[in-house]
Each structure stands twice: as C-alpha cells, then as structure tokens.
Design a protein around this ligand. Structure first.
Ligand code: ATP
Ligand code: MG
Ligand code: MG
Ligand code: MG
Length: 347
C-alpha cells in the first residue's frame, strides 16, 4: 500500500520509554508496508514533535532524530505532510503508546476530533480497559472470573490498615496497584503494615485511585486477541515464568531479567480453550477493537482461573508477549500490523 501512516510514541506516561521501544519495532515493521510513515513523538511534557523519517530507527535515539516541534495548528495533518515534502493526507494513526494518554482513551479522543482513523480500541473501550476497577466490574457482570478487590481513593479521609484489608480479602499477602497504569509501574506485593504504607504512597503517586487484591501464588498466562472487524481471533497461550517476586518492571524489560516466555504455555488443552473463550468474551464485553492482550492467572494449588487485566495497546518490544504469540502462529510483525491496519480502516 501507499497509505500515509503516522505513528505516535512517548508521552508523559510512566511507560514513555517502553513506548519508544515498541515504536521502534512497529516503525521497522510498518516500513515493509508503506514508505509513507510519519514518526510523531510526544515528549515528556506531551509536546508534539515530528522525527526524521529518513532514519532507520527514529525512536531509538530521539536526540539524533532531529525532532521538530509542532505547533498546535501543525496538527492539521496536511501541513504535516508538507513538512516532509510529501503529498497527501494522513490516512491512519498508529498509537505506539502505553498507559496514560495512549491507552486510556485520551489520544483516541484526539484522533476522533481530527476525524482520522486509528488502530485499536476506541475512546470508551480504552478508558474502561485501562481502569482495573471498571474492567473487573464489567467482566464480573459477564460471569468472567476476576479476583476480589478493594478500592482506595486518594481523597478518602481514612485508608484501611493492612490487617483490615487482609481481613476483607481473606489473605495475608496483598497486591497494591494503581488503578490505571501499566508495565507494573507503582505495583507492590505487601506483607506488613510498613510495606503497606509505602505501597499506598507509591501507588498514589501514579494514580488517585488504587486497587488492592489478594496476592495469589499463580502461573501467568496471556492470550493475544486479533480482531479483524469481522471475527475475533484468539492466539495460543504464552506463559511468563520467573523464579522470584513477581512480573515487575525489571523482570519485564531489564537485560538481566531471568524471565522466560514459554510459547506455547504448557497447559491442558481444556484450560487453553477456556482461556481463549474467556479472552474473546472479555474483549467483546469491553467493546475493544483491533487488538488486545488478555492476562490471566492460573492458581498453582488448584488450577483456578482468574482474568487479571486487558491491555488494549500491548507491548511490542522484542520481549513482548503479544507479537511473539502471533509470530509463533506464523504471523510476522509486519503481517500482524497489516491485519491491524486493514481492520481499523474497515471500521
Ligand atoms: P502490564 O504491563 O501487563 O500492563 P500492569 O502494570 O497493568 O501490567 P498487572 O498485570 O495487574 O499490572 O500486574 C503486574 C504483575 O503483578 C502481574 O503480571 C503479576 O506478576 C503481579 N500481580 C498483580 N496482581 C497480582 C495478584 N493479585 N496476585 C499475584 N500476582 C499479581
Ligand atoms: Mg496492564
Ligand atoms: Mg499494559
Ligand atoms: Mg499485566
């Protein structure tokens, strides 16, 4: 095709850096699809920049990518095209963003206002899936198993003590997480009152609303969803295996990470079928389009299934489960992106 596609990456999100890594891969794969790419960058204060599209990997090193500051009125994308001496309009936005502003409906609302198509979930579905409380309310209503939780709001006059929260959730170890974040940023596993206070403070730095859950001993299994606008396809399952702690930011992205991705996950085929069916149902219940990665827990002691969360813009780094799942099913990254592009132009 010769579609004009603008990739957007960065932003003030706590997942700024992860976004740039995802965008580097997405840019490379999209290059195989169209020569007309616009590497847009939201800097850490959410200022729009246009990067040098002649580079192989503009998102790899922003300072070398000669970012041009865009004025608000430059966001008329016909002007953007002129800046790159290219003719034509932007046909499609590809948000290579994670977390706040990228995955929560904010940028999707902006695309809607511009009247330009974009890849992935719309405003409402993005906002719902980003919010772990609302996700659980909707999924529980649909009969999908989710863990019990408590909500703490920053403006609450009083926060429960660790032992009260434990009693409420019938568990002596808890997880504390920002309601709307990702890449495990701001998440802690808590065993006593002192850790509890630190964990609440940390999570509240990332969101005004936080979720408390019982910490279970679990295997972690993820399913990729590819929704071509007509049919919703579930991938095989992938498992994340690690020795200690939990799947935190370090384990997700550091070079020293000991985490292993098992693709396919070694699970019984009836459990796989259940994961796939639940993943499709959850994707549809939340009204997501295009793609999502559905994260599950499988309890170690009793093989109980819980849907943990849904990511509407899953990571596309080299260690990211979503593209690896599809790759193992014979879909290369550019083939996968091509399908996503087709489905977003359809809707
Ligand atoms: P992502 O990068 O997938 O978007 P996230 O920041 O949205 O992650 P979660 O997936 O909810 O956060 O949690 C991150 C990790 O924390 C999980 O993959 C798991 O390792 C651990 N975890 C979270 N909640 C629980 C729980 N209730 N019991 C056990 N482990 C948990
Ligand atoms: Mg998430
Ligand atoms: Mg995420
Ligand atoms: Mg997760």
């Amino acid at each position: 095709t010769n579609l004009h596609i603008a990739i957007v990456a960065g932003s003030t999100s706590s997942e700024h850096d992860v976004s740039l890594t995802s965008a580097t891969n997405i840019y490379r794969a999209l290059k195989e699809i169209t020569p007309n790419l616009y590497p847009l960058y939201l800097d850490k204060t959410n200022q729009w920049m246009l990067l040098d599209a002649t580079l192989e990997a503009p998102y790899q090193d922003i300072s070398r990518a000669k970012p041009i500051l865009l004025q608000k009125e430059d966001m008329r994308l016909d002007i953007l095209s002129k800046k790159q001496q290219k003719i034509g309009q932007i046909d499609l936005f590809f948000p290579a963003l994670h977390g706040k502003f990228g995955e929560d409906g904010a940028i999707q609302g902006y695309f809607e206002l511009l009247g330009i198509s974009y890849v992935g979930a719309d405003v409402t579905a993005s906002a719902l899936a980003m919010d772990k409380e609302f996700t659980k309310i909707i999924l529980a209503d649909a009969g999908i198993p989710v863990l019990p939780h408590l909500v703490i709001n920053k403006r609450d006059n009083e926060y429960p003590s660790f032992s009260d929260a434990c009693k409420e959730l019938s568990r002596d170890i808890l997880f504390v997480k920002p309601a709307r974040a990702g890449s495990s940023v701001g998440i802690s596993k808590v065993q006593d009152q002192m850790q509890w206070e630190e964990a609440l403070t940390l999570a509240l730095l990332h969101d005004d609303k936080i979720l408390i859950e019982p910490a279970l001993a679990v295997r972690e299994v993820e399913i990729g969803i590819l929704d071509d606008g007509e049919q919703v396809h579930a991938s095989i399952a992938g498992e994340i295996a690690y020795e200690k702690g939990f799947y935190d930011y370090e384990q997700k992205y550091s070079a020293e990470s000991q985490v292993q991705l098992h693709i396919p996950a070694l699970i019984h085929e009836t459990i796989l079928a259940e994961f796939q069916q639940l993943a499709i149902k959850a994707h549809q219940k939340l009204g997501i389009k295009g793609l999502s990665r559905v994260d599950f827990f499988l309890t170690k002691d009793s093989n109980e299934i819980f849907l943990n969360e849904i990511n509407t813009l899953p990571g596309f780094t080299d260690k990211s489960m979503y593209p690896l799942l599809w790759q193992s099913m014979g879909l290369s990254q550019s083939h996968l992106l091509k399908k996503l592009i087709e489905s977003s132009l359809k809707s």
